[in-house]
Design a protein. Structure first.
Length: 379
């Protein structure tokens, strides 16, 4: 028989009687004299098993479902500066059947010291946005300790400028670009947004193109103020040095101030989605709160979603283990993507500003039936 979601059938037996009637007929044929015979019992058990388990269930996916990228061109290790090494390259994922689609730019995490564009851009969640009608780029940037701040944000801005300058070559829209990142990638994506409209950190090539973006998704990367962040790390027994600053905050106050998001937020910056967990042990929740408070004061547009019990990661929250100067998987909260609203929220935010091109404030998406979905501003 057919159901709205699939096809459900029973064994193809020409006998219209139900399975148990069929089984009973076999018992009658065997007769009472033979029912306690061992082979007869085995046959009866076999027939009973077939009758009760032989069913067929088929399901078929019905449209609508995302079909924005049935074919994708994957272009790797594209240099975005002349003579740049592997850390100044990007990867592109371009739907071949689309034209003038928005572009999503991923910035990988890794504590300013580690990470790679392939490691983040091959994450299943990231690439699935291709099917929603976006082109995707994933960028590398120079890492500490060899590269000191502001090298990292300068590279990210150079990558955005290159992507805009070469949009005609690859077919995406240079005026609809989102930056998205997790952890340090979220910090750098947020910095791209907070410094939009400014020439701050603009060095190198393609300076006739802007590094401004349309919107930003900051996933557990809101290092708003390095003075308070350094105090937290000291209290956790993690030391006072930041390799990407070249030492401690107190010895490099200008660089620390330069890397602090609260010093750049302004009313005209692009909308930012901030997602942060209350149990984040790597970048504490207070940093997201400080960023959002600064955006409130500046009148900057944002949507802030708190994941109660959420840690520093998509699927689990690592914790510091100071005895081994490393991380443990336990004790650091759940992954923020365990909150069922996070993925729909990201998709709806991007759809609002990129696919629909709306200018009004994004106010959330309801997948739970609740009235209170998050905090947005300016107030």
């Amino acid at each position: 028989m057919h159901s709205p979601y699939g096809r459900i059938g029973q064994s193809r037996n020409a006998n219209p009687q139900p399975p148990f009637a069929f089984m009973n007929m076999r018992f009658l044929t065997l007769g009472w004299a033979s029912i306690f015979n061992r082979p007869s019992l085995l046959i009866c058990c076999l027939l009973a098993t077939i009758a009760t388990t032989h069913a067929q269930i088929r399901t078929v996916t019905k449209q609508p479902y995302p079909t924005g990228a049935n074919s994708v061109a994957w272009i790797t290790n594209v240099p975005y500066v002349e003579g740049g090494g592997p850390q100044q390259q990007l990867d592109l994922y371009i739907p071949t059947q689309g034209k003038n689609m928005p572009l999503i730019v991923y910035v990988h995490g890794g504590g300013w010291e580690h990470g790679d564009k392939a490691g983040d851009s091959l994450n299943p969640y990231n690439l699935q946005l291709l099917w929603d009608g976006y082109a995707v780029a994933s960028v590398n940037y120079r890492l500490a300790p060899a590269a000191i701040w502001p090298t990292q944000i300068q590279d990210c801005k150079a990558a955005i400028r290159w992507l805009k300058a070469h949009s005609h070559q690859y077919g995406y829209d240079p005026n609809r670009i989102a930056a998205i990142g997790q952890s340090v990638g979220g910090h750098l994506a947020a910095m791209l947004g907070a410094t939009s409209g400014s020439k701050t950190f603009e060095v190198g090539e393609n300076l006739d193109s802007s590094s401004d973006v349309t919107c930003v998704v900051n996933l557990f990367g809101a290092v708003a103020d390095f003075a308070t962040f350094a105090k937290y790390r000291e209290d956790m027994g993690l030391g006072e040095n930041f390799s990407f600053l070249g030492g401690s905050v107190k010895d490099h106050t200008d660089l620390a101030r330069s890397a602090s998001l609260v010093n750049y937020v302004h009313a005209e910056e692009p909308p930012m989605l901030v997602v942060h967990g209350t149990a984040d042990h790597l970048v504490p929740y207070i940093q997201a709160d400080l960023l959002v408070e600064a955006m409130d004061k500046a009148g900057a547009p944002y949507y802030f979603h708190t994941v109660v019990g959420g840690g520093h990661g998509q699927y689990f929250g690592p914790n510091f283990n100071t005895s081994r100067t490393g991380f443990d998987a336990g004790g650091g909260g759940i992954g923020v993507f365990e909150d069922p609203i996070v993925e729909p929220l990201i998709k709806a935010f991007l759809h609002h500003y990129l696919l629909e091109g709306r200018k009004d404030l994004f106010t959330g998406v309801d997948v739970t039936g609740s009235e209170e979905h998050g905090r947005f501003g300016p107030k």
